[in-house]
Design a protein around this ligand. Structure first.
Ligand code: ADP
Ligand code: MG
Length: 629
């Protein structure tokens, strides 16, 4: 322990721009549930206690006061103040500036954009899911003072702000600061007086923080005795029959910081090779950072009730929405966080917990289709990432997956349903990828399939364009895009058209195909007669070897692909427009028509014409011609 004599005087700092934005949103969006500020401060205090307990395993000198965590809430009605104090890890001067002046979480900015874009009720709901953290104190306070001493340091600092753009940091007098830990004092707003009432605070603590793993005490007045409100006992260690649904729900809320109802809970104790307890939940709404590029999970790892980390990837990324804890007696307490991931015990636990959670999800699918539909609606697009990246569990994940298809536009089809209804002679699972069901169901590519009654999966999540590239088959039926390669529909038994009567391509149409090939050669790989079109005249497909067109668009949109490959233009040889154009000998009209056919196919694929200016000119000439007749 060293005493620094070069103490810096009081300093004023500006909040990072994102913090100012967040504070503004917090104060001005009529957020109905202001009580949440307390659960945020208590959760930070508990985190700080757990961090110290962990650090003190290797450095007992850090916790001269002992490692038993304690959170004390003190009310002061006369001064209209509320204080939350902990004996945790504390913050140094630099940590105060960094932790309370910036926003570390990378998903936050994107989330704030969404909140700002949302209107009305949707907005309140979004804010409700948001991990609002320390800054929520400014919903109820017009000044917040944070006095903190980092464990093992002699100096203490006070951070102070009215939440309006700047904060100050200055040295705190030694006798004003906690021995180690942090005291957060809120100068409550006039309309927040209820937070100095013992009854309301007790109720809020029990309700919101009843399962925080550190005991919470309450002082009604600064000079009153402290009384314990919650005991900090670990819920997961209790026998299942002593835990009520409400206990589980409260625990879920305190461990996740989310205030929805869990859709599913998985609580079990593993014995044998490895001993551990897991208590995990599937939320009913998406955590705000679900689509963060980092894709981190938040499962908490404990070793014999000591919190180790929530940064170890206890579950595969595609289960990052699952919240909860794993507590094991098989990991040494003093294992460094860096070593955890390499530990074989950790891998075994990870495997065990992942398996149990997936089977619980599978069982929900078998027993409660409404709840499952909800789960799939929220997290299906994330679970499908696993089809792409978890080769070992691919078959199981395919079974869990639910799809919309031409047989069920609203979704809910399983691949087993698909295979059960498959046509005689059909050896593929057909699919089409795109951005919406509306767009897909109108796609010309589906016409031939519809005519033959062949089901096609309608895939609208970005991830669908990826897993379909590396997943060969489901139960021996190959996945095949209806927009790629030849549509080999002839081998599927056809009720309507007897084999002998298949339309053949006339020599005039053959000639027209040759003409189109020559005219459009810079934009299409080839032109051919289609067997997938019945009503439309044209469509674009990817060449047999080329990548799926939707995937190309996605990669191009994200800048990961420069040029797209040329598509194949398919024309419907029996379409009246095509047969007439084929017989036409007006050269100019023929050329305009060739280009317009390509543009039509582009537009049907949700793209722009090749050259919008030229397109408009050609269309103009055509209308002119019609009017002139
Ligand atoms: P989060 O808890 O999700 O990280 P918060 O806004 O709640 O976000 O807190 C920001 C950071 O401030 C914390 O990560 C922590 O580093 C620091 N902090 C807040 N309260 C405390 C406290 N009581 N003791 C120690 N550090 C704290
Ligand atoms: Mg927090």
């Amino acid at each position: 322990m060293t005493t620094m004599t070069t103490e810096k005087p009081r300093e004023e700092h500006a909040f990072e721009a994102d913090v100012s934005r967040l504070l503004h949103m917090m104060v001005h969006s009529v957020y109905s549930d202001r009580d949440v500020f307390l659960r945020e401060l208590i959760s930070n205090a508990a985190d700080a206690c757990e961090k110290l307990r962990y650090e003190a395993i290797s450095r007992p000198d850090l916790a001269p006061d002992g490692v038993k965590g304690r959170i004390l809430v003190t009310l002061d009605d006369a001064r209209n103040e509320l204080t939350v104090e902990d004996n945790g890890i504390g913050m140094s001067r630099a940590e105060l500036i960094d932790a309370l002046g910036t926003i570390a979480k990378s998903g936050t900015r994107a989330f704030m954009d969404r909140v700002e874009a949302a209107k009305g009720d949707g907005r309140a709901e979004l804010i409700g899911q948001f991990g609002i953290g320390f800054y929520s104190a400014f919903m109820v306070a017009d000044r917040v003072d944070v006095t903190s001493r980092a464990a093992g340091q002699s100096e203490a600092w006070t951070w102070s702000s009215d939440g309006k753009g700047t904060f100050s940091v200055e040295p705190a007098a030694a006798d004003e600061a906690p021995v180690t830990g942090t005291r957060i004092r809120l100068h409550l707003m006039e309309d927040a007086k209820t937070y100095t009432s013992r009854w309301s605070i007790e109720r809020i603590i029990r309700e919101q923080s009843g399962h925080v793993p550190v005991p919470i005490e309450l002082k009604e007045k600064p000079d009153a005795e402290a009384a314990e409100v919650t005991d900090g006992a670990a819920l997961w260690a209790k026998p299942k029959n002593e835990i009520s649904d409400d206990d589980y729900k409260d625990f879920y809320r305190s461990v996740s910081g989310q205030f929805d109802e869990p859709l599913l809970n998985v609580h079990f104790r593993a014995e044998g090779m490895h001993e551990y307890t897991a208590l995990a939940f599937v939320p009913s709404t998406q955590p705000f950072d679900l689509f963060d590029p980092e894709r981190h999970g938040r499962m908490k790892l404990y070793a014999r009730r000591v919190f180790i980390t929530d940064e170890a990837d206890l579950l595969p990324r595609y289960l990052r929405f699952v919240r909860g804890i794993v507590d094991t007696s098989d990991l040494p307490l003093n294992i460094s966080r860096e070593m955890i991931q390499q530990s074989p015990v950790f891998s075994a636990i990870r495997k065990g917990v992942t398996g149990r959670i997936l089977s619980a999800i599978e069982r929900l699918g078998e027993t409660d289709s409404d709840a499952y539909a909800k789960l799939w609606g929220q997290f299906g697009s994330v679970i499908k990432e696993g089809i792409y990246e978890d080769y070992e569990r691919r078959a199981q994940l395919l079974k869990l997956s639910r799809f919309a298809s031409t047989a069920a536009l609203e979704g809910g089809r399983t691949l087993s349903d698909y295979v059960a209804d498959i046509k005689d002679g059909q050896s593929e699972v057909f699919y089409i990828t795109g951005t919406s069901i509306e767009q897909l169901k109108a796609s010309p590519h589906l016409e031939g399939f519809k005519a033959k009654g062949i089901e096609v999966l309608l895939l609208t999540d970005a991830v669908d364009s990826f897993w379909t590239t590396n997943t060969r088959d489901f139960e021996g039926k190959a996945f095949k895009s209806v927009t790629q390669g030849l549509a080999d529909l002839d081998k599927v038994a056809d009720a309507q058209v007897p084999d002998g009567e298949k339309p053949t391509t006339s020599s005039e149409v053959e000639g027209f195909i040759a003409y189109l090939t020559e005219t459009l050669k810079d934009h299409v790989e080839s032109v051919r007669a289609s067997s997938r079109l019945t009503d439309s005249a044209v469509c674009l497909v990817a060449s047999d070897q080329g990548p799926d067109r939707q995937l190309e668009k996605l990669l191009q949109g994200s800048g990961r692909l420069k040029a797209t490959s040329k598509p194949v233009l398919e024309i419907n040889p029996s379409h009246a427009l095509i047969t007439r154009l084929a017989g036409l000998d007006d050269g100019d009209l023929r050329s305009d028509a060739a280009w317009l056919l390509l543009d039509e196919a582009m537009v049907l694929d949700g793209e722009k014409p090749v050259n919008p200016r030229a397109f408009a000119d050609r269309l103009g000439r055509l209308i002119d011609r019609v009017l002139a007749v």
